[in-house]
Design a protein around this ligand. Structure first.
Ligand code: UD1
Length: 355
C-alpha cells in the first residue's frame, strides 16, 4: 500500500498526524510519503507543531509559501504533479479545507489517483469563505469521504454524493487531543503567562472577513475594554499580526503574544474561562474539553459544536464581545458529552476501513 499525505497548514498537521500513525502501524511495510506544501512556513506555524505531534520529517517540501488564492493553488498543483508521478501512490490523503487541500485533490484526481478526504461534509453555506469552495471541490472528487458528524451526511446527500462514499469515523483532531492530553494538562502554560486558570478569555482570530478590514480595529478595541473585567490572552496569527500594525492598544490586561505550539495552546484552552475565536478547529476542541466558546462569525460549518457542545455563535459583530461576561454567568453548570465518535479512535477506524 502506497499512501501520500498532503499537508500544508497548522490545523492540517493536527488532523493528519494520528491518521499517519494509525496507517503506519497497520501497514509498516507500506510506503507512507508526507508532502508539506509550505502554505504555512513560519517556524511557529509549522516545524514546532510537527515536532510536537511526532510527525516524521516530510519526504517532500513544496515550499509554495503565501500568495493570492490562484497563485498559491496553482503553485501547489504544479509542484505536486511531479511528486505524484515519482511516488505513484495508490491513495492521496488530504485533510480539511485549506488551499493545499483543494490543490492536492484536483491534482490527484486528474492523474487518476484516488483521493481520501479527512473531515468531509462540513458546510457553512457561505461561498464567500474560501474554505467552503475548497471543501466542496475536495468532497466532489474524493472517493473516500471520512466524516465526523451527522450533519455531514445530510450535506453530502444534498449535493448528490452517494452514501457508499461516506464513512462515519469520528474526529481525527480529537484523536490528537486525546493522545496528548496528559502532556498538555500538565504544561501549565497559563501560570507561565501569569494567568489564573479559569479566569481569562483566550482569543484567536485570523479569517479574512474579520481581520482584513475595519472589523479588526473594532474587535481589538472591544477586547481592550473587556480586559478591564477579565484578562485576555491573544496569540496572534501572522496574517492578523500584519493587519494589526498600529492597532495595539494600551491595555495591561490584553496580552498579545506570538503563535503558540500545540501543547501550550491546548493547555491554555483547557484552563481558559472562555474562548473567543473564528477558527473551525477550536470550536471542536472547546466542545470536547467542555470550555465555553464564543464564535465571532455569522455562521459555522460545525453546528454540532452548538447543538452538542459549548459553542455560541456571536455573529460577525465586535460589539457582541460585550455579551461574553453575562453569557458566562448564565450558562448551565453541566458540561455536555462530546459528540459520538469524538473519542480518540477515529484514525484507527480510517485505517480499518482502508485495510
Ligand atoms: C489558512 C487557511 C484557513 C485556515 C488557516 C489556519 C486557506 C484559504 N486558508 O489561512 O482556512 O483556517 O490557514 O491557520 O487555505 N503567513 C505568514 N506565515 C505563515 C503563513 C502565513 O506570515 O507561516 C501570512 C502571510 O502574510 C500570508 C497570510 O498569513 O499571506 C495568509 O496565509 P494563508 O496561508 O494564505 O492563509 P491563512 O490566513 O493562514
Amino acid at each position: 500500500m502506497r499512501i501520500l499525505y498532503v499537508v500544508g497548514t497548522r490545523p492540517n498537521f493536527v488532523k493528519t498526524a494520528p491518521v499517519i500513525g494509525a496507517l503506519r502501524a497497520r501497514h509498516p511495510e507500506g510506503r507512507h510519503a508526507i508532502v508539506h506544501t509550505g502554505q504555512h512556513y513560519d517556524r511557529l506555524m509549522s516545524e514546532v507543531i510537527l515536532e510536537e505531534l511526532g510527525v516524521p520529517a516530510p519526504d517532500h517540501m513544496l515550499e509554495v509559501g503565501s500568495g493570492s488564492h490562484a497563485a498559491q493553488t496553482a503553485r501547489t498543483m504544479e509542484r505536486l504533479e511531479p511528486v505524484l508521478l515519482d511516488e505513484s501512490p495508490d491513495l492521496v490523503m488530504v485533510p480539511g479545507d485549506v488551499n493545499s487541500t483543494l490543490a492536492a485533490a484536483l491534482t490527484a484526481v486528474k492523474m487518476g489517483i484516488p483521493v481520501a478526504h479527512i473531515e468531509s461534509g462540513l458546510r457553512s453555506f457561505d461561498m464567500t469563505m474560501p474554505e467552503e469552495v475548497n471543501r466542496i471541490v475536495a468532497d466532489r472528487f474524493a472517493e473516500w469521504l471520512f466524516l465526523h458528524s451527522d450533519e455531514a451526511v445530510e450535506n453530502l446527500r444534498a449535493e448528490g454524493i452517494p452514501d457508499e462514499r461516506m464513512q462515519m469515523v469520528g474526529n481525527t483532531m480529537i484523536d490528537t487531543l486525546v493522545a496528548l492530553e496528559d502532556r498538555f494538562r500538565t504544561a501549565g502554560s497559563a501560570a507561565r503567562l501569569g494567568l489564573e486558570p479559569g479566569s481569562y478569555l483566550l482569543v484567536t482570530l485570523h479569517r479574512p472577513a474579520l481581520v482584513d478590514g475595519p472589523l479588526l480595529g473594532e474587535t481589538v478595541a472591544q477586547l481592550a475594554s473587556l480586559s478591564r473585567q477579565m484578562p485576555v490572552v491573544f496569540p496572534v496569527h501572522p496574517r492578523t499580526r500584519k493587519m494589526m500594525e498600529g492597532l495595539e492598544p494600551d491595555a495591561p490586561g490584553l496580552h498579545l503574544i506570538d503563535p503558540l505550539g500545540y501543547l501550550d495552546f491546548l493547555s491554555l484552552i483547557a484552563d481558559a474561562g472562555a474562548v473567543l475565536t473564528d477558527s473551525g478547529g477550536i470550536q471542536e476542541e472547546t466542545t470536547y474539553l467542555g470550555v465555553p466558546c464564543f464564535t465571532l462569525r455569522d455562521n459555522t460549518e460545525r453546528p454540532v459544536t452548538i447543538r452538542a457542545g459549548t459553542n455560541t455563535l456571536l455573529g460577525l459583530d465586535p460589539a457582541a464581545i460585550t455579551r461574553i461576561p453575562s453569557a458566562l454567568a448564565e450558562r448551565p453548570s453541566e458540561t455536555p458529552e462530546p459528540p459520538p465518535l469524538w473519542d480518540g479512535h477515529a484514525s484507527e477506524r480510517i485505517a480499518e476501513i482502508l485495510a
